[in-house]
Unconditional design. Structure first.
Length: 267
């Protein structure tokens, strides 16, 4: 992989990691268009940069969580985050080989871009539940709500779905405000991205990738970190104004364009 391709894919990963448009899908498609196919290891390991981005952006919340754990011995929010993470961890651990082999291709990306995009467009009709406790205080999220949103995160293991997209859709369907849905989605991303990245990093393929592509690994993560910070800021602004509606339209249009590219053998 050339440095130019690394820079481009790092930007794509950082920008799309938190926008509900599917980072893995965009990295896969763009890398193919550039004639430099990305690997599963690259797609996962470049997430270290975006992981750092969400930690820095929500540093006050993470400091609060750390304070709860170390000083107040309050495990409330931490346990709920762990519970929300369990479904995707189990599914990812048990079916990683199947996911890599069958759910990481162009056709899968196109299908999931369209389906999730259609749900996003329809989500504009959903209403916020005004008396929902979590909308006042994030600590009030229930275990049931955490499990439901966490289970939806399993869909993100399929390329083209968008982890942030499916988790925010689940939260919005439960009556969360857009701001709270986004924050919970981002908090949930930390253990799942960290776990997936470490698992690949410590695998034989991951170690080989780091050894042979050290510069690519470092450069892509620096770029994805910077782009990730900007992506979170942009998403929160757009989300407050229009919800997920226009992201859904974008996904549907992109899916149609990709179908045309595939039909003429460009992709």
């Amino acid at each position: 992989m050339t440095l130019l391709v690394t820079i481009i894919l790092g930007i794509i990963q950082g920008v799309t990691e938190f926008l509900p448009v599917s980072s893995s899908g965009h990295v896969l498609i763009v890398s193919k268009l550039l004639g430099n196919g990305s690997s599963f290891e690259f797609d996962v390991l470049v997430s270290f940069g975006t992981l750092l981005a969400v930690i820095i952006y929500y540093r006050k919340r993470f400091i609060e969580i750390a304070t709860d754990l170390l000083l107040r011995r309050d495990l409330n929010l931490t346990l709920k985050l762990l519970v929300a993470t369990i479904p995707a961890v189990i599914v990812g651990f048990l079916f990683q080989d199947i996911i890599e082999m069958y759910l990481h291709g162009t056709n899968t990306v196109i299908f999931m871009l369209f389906i999730i995009g259609a749900v996003m467009v329809y989500s504009s009709k959903w209403n916020v539940t005004n008396d929902l406790a979590v909308n006042v205080n994030l600590h009030k999220i229930t275990y049931k709500q955490a499990v439901i949103i966490g289970t939806s995160q399993c869909l993100a293991l399929i390329s083209g779905s968008s982890r942030s997209g499916v988790t925010m859709l689940a939260a919005l369907k439960l009556g969360f405000t857009k701001k709270v849905a986004a924050e919970w989605s981002f908090l949930m991303s930390v253990p799942i991205i960290l776990g997936a990245s470490l698992r690949v990093l410590l695998s034989t393929e991951g170690i080989k990738f780091i050894q042979t592509q050290t510069t690519v690994f470092i450069l892509a993560n620096i770029i994805s970190f910077i782009a990730g910070i900007l992506s979170i800021h942009i998403l929160l602004k757009l989300l407050q104004k229009n919800g997920l509606y226009y992201f859904g339209i974008y996904r549907i249009v992109l899916a149609i364009v990709l179908v045309m590219l595939v039909s003429v053998n460009i992709l």
